[in-house]
Ligand binder design. Structure first.
Ligand code: ATP
Length: 307
């Protein structure tokens, strides 16, 4: 099937008087990995539920594989949408094998596929054990395996890495990368902003139901225009003298012992570095720290709050 996987146009969703999603438009292409970020209550889960057809929009249109998911469950069945909810719970008395067999039958998928997925999420050894003996991370991986049943072309993952240790998180993003390479669109929400760097194609920032920015992280950094920090390590006692010799347009943020901290615009960075190089061997080391994703996120949320 050609065309975007998801096409959302001017969607509003209210629960009673509460506006959970406001005038939101978004397109997600096949093979794309999109991260949804936002404060608690920003509307991320509601947006996923709209794509799943679990709630209907109050206005605007939601199209998944060209159809309205709220009108026909066939969208889910025909193209396969995998969903990992924020709070994943299984019958504690069942084993991992039984849970996967249950969901495989429910989705009309071969039970053997479920077992292969348990291996893929590194739960094969724990498969005969009851869920009540599983750690939070193991339950989360079982939830991911369940969501992957039926080779979904759209995967919606609500805070999927909560409870995963750094190794498992890395393995999780490895699976996501493979799925996207195969053409699956993945939309995941997360509060762990640092983990999204270099792992998602675009980041959609939501604030109070609105989509306040949606772009690659590099583009968001550029648009935010936040300062780059440059830290010089100098010979002991030289910091103040070095600071006074700097000619460039960088702002002097702090002089502290062996360190001179500067801040400059992204566009001025090379000029500042040339000035630093001209200072010669008195500068022992240079560290460049671009704006963090947390800062970029705060920039767009605060901008929206002020407007
Ligand atoms: P979190 O990061 O905490 O999971 P979220 O970004 O996923 O939050 P949503 O769960 O979509 O946010 O909630 C958006 C807003 O809609 C919140 O104000 C929430 O209280 C409200 N809301 C969500 N579901 C319902 C519901 N079924 N009935 C009434 N209000 C709801």
């Amino acid at each position: 099937m050609s065309g975007p996987t998801v096409e959302i146009s001017n969607v509003h969703k209210s629960y009673g008087g509460k506006q959970a999603v406001r005038d939101l438009s978004l397109t997600v292409d096949p093979g794309e990995c999109l991260a949804l970020v936002g404060h608690n209550g920003a509307g991320k889960t509601t947006l996923m539920k709209l794509m799943l057809g679990l709630v209907r929009s109050s206005a605007g249109s939601v199209r998944v594989f060209g159809d309205d998911p709220g009108e026909s469950a066939a969208v889910r069945d025909r193209f396969g949408i995998g969903f990992l909810p924020e709070t994943v719970s299984f019958d504690a008395a069942m084993t991992g094998t039984e849970v996967m067999a249950f969901f495989a039958r429910l989705k009309g998928v071969a039970v053997a596929d479920g077992m292969a997925l348990l291996e893929r999420v590194e739960l094969a050894d724990a498969a005969p054990a009851r869920i009540k003996t599983y750690s939070k991370g193991m339950r989360q991986r079982l939830g991911l395996a369940q969501a992957l049943l039926g080779e979904p072309r759209l995967l919606l993952l609500d805070e999927p890495t909560t409870g995963l240790d750094p190794n498992l998180r890395q393995a999780f993003y490895g699976i996501i990368r493979e799925l996207c390479a195969g053409g699956t669109s993945v939309i995941l929400s997360s509060h762990i902003l640092t983990e999204l760097e270099a792992r998602t194609d675009r980041v959609a920032i939501m604030n109070q139901g609105r989509l306040v920015a949606c772009d690659t992280l590099d583009a968001l950094r550029d648009r935010a225009g936040l300062a780059v920090r440059v830290r010089l390590r100098v010979k002991q006692g030289d910091a103040a003298a070095i600071a006074s010799r700097l000619r460039s347009s960088a702002d002097l943020a702090r002089v502290n012992g062996q360190y001179v901290d500067l801040a400059c615009g992204l566009g001025d960075k090379m000029m500042v570095l040339r000035d630093i190089a001209a200072l010669g061997p008195d500068v022992v080391d240079v560290e460049i720290v671009p704006p963090t994703f947390d800062e970029v996120y705060n920039h767009f949320c605060l901008k929206e709050d002020r407007s």
